[in-house]
Design a protein around this ligand. Structure first.
Ligand code: PLP
Length: 388
């Protein structure tokens, strides 16, 4: 059978994730230090794991409401109100999803008609462009630049908007660059969204991981934006809960209703034990979250300093847990550099090109890795760069 002919064209057309391809090379190799996968090295705090265990002990093994447990939605609403300063009705404006990943897919499928354009800033998380293609939309990437610390400038965004633009996707702090947005830039972006009547899909999964005492600002909290914004957040990063697969979307009721229609048929609901653990995370997880954030902060400072000493120009990212050094001086392409580093020194980092063409010339190093390993990784990187 010609299976390729049986696969839907939009699925056949999307590439495999560059990260996954790269990490297949790492599988089974001994002694590798991985700065690769964007996953906390911390185990989920014990009190949160205990809440999941207790949920099972109590025999809570059923479906929940499609929207998610009302008690969790109430916790989310309180948390979002205090952290993002935007109010959502837990009964109608919050949808609990299987990770932010599912929420991205639901939002795009709920909003896009075939050929609608979605503008996003790049380098960006690997799933954006494929998720848009799977929802039959058209990706329009706006390049961001090292000179702007990879933040999205309203002027660059304005040039990318056309009459077919329907959705603007934002991700601050950004995977893979750690970029954050200033209030002035967010205000400029918000003005454009209002002027062109766009829906803004804002993935704020790294929002707790801001450093240097800076406060995260959500575009949803700016005047006139709540009504046109879908705010996505989750538990994977700040609470080290990747395996729980839990996220949520907050938006005006008609949008949540449309997303819920897809969710109820495709997913039904998120796992109940993860939902119970998430309540514990929101209600009592702040101290452990802050301790993890402080540790990332220390590691960020170490990595930025060492990379610059090694001669790889590296801006100081304001958030997330990635640094994005410039490797162009070495004369190597990002894939060639990353493969060489892996072969010669056993350090795995992701070529910037995996995050879109504008990531070429850079390397993503995730610092959700123990400081001792980061130290060794930098010694090895120094030797490798010196050998080029
Ligand atoms: N959004 C961004 C920007 C990410 O970096 C990731 C994971 O790396 C996700 C979404 C997926 O998150 P979740 O585990 O909640 O599906």
């Amino acid at each position: 059978m010609d299976y390729q002919a049986k696969i839907a064209r939009n699925v056949a057309a999307i590439p495999r994730s560059g990260i996954r391809d790269f990490f297949e090379l790492v599988q089974g190799r001994e002694g590798i230090i991985s700065l690769g996968v964007g996953e906390p090295d911390f185990t989920t705090p014990w009190h949160i794991r205990e809440a999941a265990i207790y949920s099972l002990e109590k025999g809570q093994t059923t479906y929940t409401s499609n929207l998610g447990l009302l008690s969790l939605r109430k916790s989310i609403s309180r948390y979002v109100s205090s952290f993002f300063e935007v109010d959502y009705d837990p009964a109608r404006e919050v949808l609990v999803t299987v990770g932010v990943s599912e929420a991205i897919d639901l939002a795009l499928r709920a909003l896009l008609n075939p050929g609608d354009e979605v503008v996003f800033h790049e380098p960006c998380y690997v799933s954006y462009s494929p998720s848009i293609a799977l929802a039959h939309g058209k990706s329009v990437a706006v390049e961001t630049h090292k000179a702007d610390a990879f933040s999205l400038k309203p002027e660059a965004l304005a040039a990318a908007i056309t009459p077919r633009t329907r959705v603007l996707m934002l991700n601050f702090p950004t995977n893979p660059t750690g970029a954050v947005a200033s209030l002035a830039d967010l205000e400029g972006i918000a003005r454009l969204a209002i002027q062109h009547d766009l829906i803004v899909l804002t993935d704020e999964i790294y929002s707790e991981l801001r450093y240097d005492g800076e406060k995260h600002i959500s575009i949803a909290s700016l005047p006139g934006m709540r009504e046109r914004t879908i705010l996505l957040h989750g538990f994977s990063k700040a609470f080290a809960m990747t395996g729980f697969r839990l996220g949520y979307a907050c938006a005006p009721q008609p949008i949540i209703e449309a997303m819920m229609k897809i969710h109820q048929y495709a997913m039904l609901c998120a796992p109940i034990m993860s939902q119970n653990a998430a309540i514990e995370a929101l209600e009592h997880g702040a101290p452990s979250m802050r301790a993890m954030r402080d540790s990332y902060h220390q590691r960020r400072d170490f990595l930025v300093k060492r990379l610059n000493e090694i001669g790889l120009d590296c801006h100081t990212p304001g958030g997330a847990f990635y640094v994005f050094p410039d490797i162009r001086k070495t004369g190597r392409g990002s894939k060639e550099f990353a493969l060489g580093l892996l072969d010669a020194e056993g350090v795995a980092a992701v070529p910037g090109s995996a995050f879109g063409p504008s990531g070429e010339g850079f390397l993503r190093c995730c610092y959700a890795t123990a400081l001792t390993d980061l130290r060794t990784a930098m010694e090895r990187m120094e030797r490798y760069v010196g050998s080029l």
